[in-house]
Structures are given as structure tokens and as C-alpha cells.
Write a protein that binds this ligand. Sequence first.
Ligand SMILES: C[S@@+](CC[C@H](N)C(=O)[O-])C[C@H]1O[C@@H](n2cnc3c(N)ncnc32)[C@H](O)[C@@H]1O
Length: 210
Amino acid sequence: MPDNQETKAEDELYIDFVNGPVGYRFQSSQGRNQALVKAVGIKGKNIPRIVDATAGLGRDSFLLAAMGAEVSLIERSPTIHQRLSEAMERAKAEGGRYAETISRMTLLHGNSITLLPELDCDVILVDPMHPPRHNSALVKKEMRILRDIVGTDPDQTDLMQAALKCAKKRVVLKWPMKAEYMQGLPKPSHQILGKNTRYDVFMIADQKQG
Ligand SMILES: C[S@@+](CC[C@H](N)C(=O)[O-])C[C@H]1O[C@@H](n2cnc3c(N)ncnc32)[C@H](O)[C@@H]1O
């Protein structure tokens, strides 16, 4: 990608947990993404420790932290990591529920494939850059900017294999609704369907038996 295109995408990227759709959903306690919450196994007082191995814009992690989970977020792109860190600082400065939610989020910089073995967690969430859709008009602006900055994630199978070795309870792969299973992996234990995406859930106990 030419440098000027990358710079333009970087200039356009602004991660915001306080205003815009993420802030609105947070303040109105709406849009609790039941599919994601169910997929990671948050149920009543049973709240797992989660590693989000593909932090990106931090939306999934923010939602899970708002539901009470301790979340470690890993992002390898220096630009995205920096923007995410700034967005977390701004949300923390709001105080109240924002600061409380951010206090449950720990942001790390690096490649999850090497960092995961050092972390102790119940659940690992993996949401790699998805294969491009045929209808690019359906791709939201933020995702287009993210793709301009980070490109694709060609090592996503290696990441899933690392996650399956490290999670104590389950690995959740966020994947396009109609896509085939990710190649090179065991079959998921079950699936949870969201609006446009699905969650392939790999229960670790099933992986050990199978
Ligand atoms: C589709 S985005 C994730 C979006 C995120 N779920 C959200 O709610 O905003 C994928 C992100 O994961 C990062 N990523 C992919 N593979 C990674 C790896 N092995 N280690 C760390 N970060 C990774 C990419 O740089 C990209 O920012």
C-alpha cells in the first residue's frame, strides 16, 4: 500500500467509546450484544476472565468489560494500539461507569501468537480481519479504515491454534455468518448466531476428548 494511503487512513481513524454509536449503546444500556455475551459464556455471576486476541477498535472488549468481565486486549498494529490507548484514556477521564469499565481492560501491544502462552485466562476471543465481502458497500467505514491500516491477517489459523492451546475453557471465533469453517481447525462445539456475524465456539473440554 502506498505510504500516502496509509497516512490518510491513519488520519481518519478515531476510536471513541464515549460519543457515537458505542457511547450511545453504553449510556442507554442498549445493544447488549447477546450473541457475543452468550458465546463467551457470561451468565449471571459466572463471569470468565477473557483475552481479546484481536483488539482492533476495542468494541467487543468494551462491551464485555461493561458486562463485568476482566479483559486483556492484545493488538499488534502500533497505530491501532496507540489509538486504542488514547480512546481508553479519554473514556477513563469521563469517570463514573466509563472509568469503572476501562479499569477492567488491560491493553497489551504485541502478537497474540507469542503473548497468549504467558497469559492465564478462561476464554480467548479471536476476530481476525474477515475475508473481503463481495459487496464492499456493506463494509462499514471503520472496518474499511482498519483494513487500510492493518491489511489482512494471513496467520489467523496459527492464531486460532495458539488460542486453542492456551484457553482454559473456550475459544470463540467471530466469523462471517455464511463463511465456511476456518480451514485447519477442529469443528467447533457449537455456534451462536448474531445479526451479521456468527460465533464458532470451541469448548476446550470437547477438544481434549476429541
Ligand atoms: C477485525 S479487527 C478486530 C475488531 C474488534 N473485535 C473490535 O471489536 O473492534 C482485527 C484486529 O486484530 C489485530 N490482529 C490480528 N491478528 C493479530 C495477532 N496475531 N496479534 C495481535 N493482534 C492481531 C489486527 O491488527 C486488527 O486490528
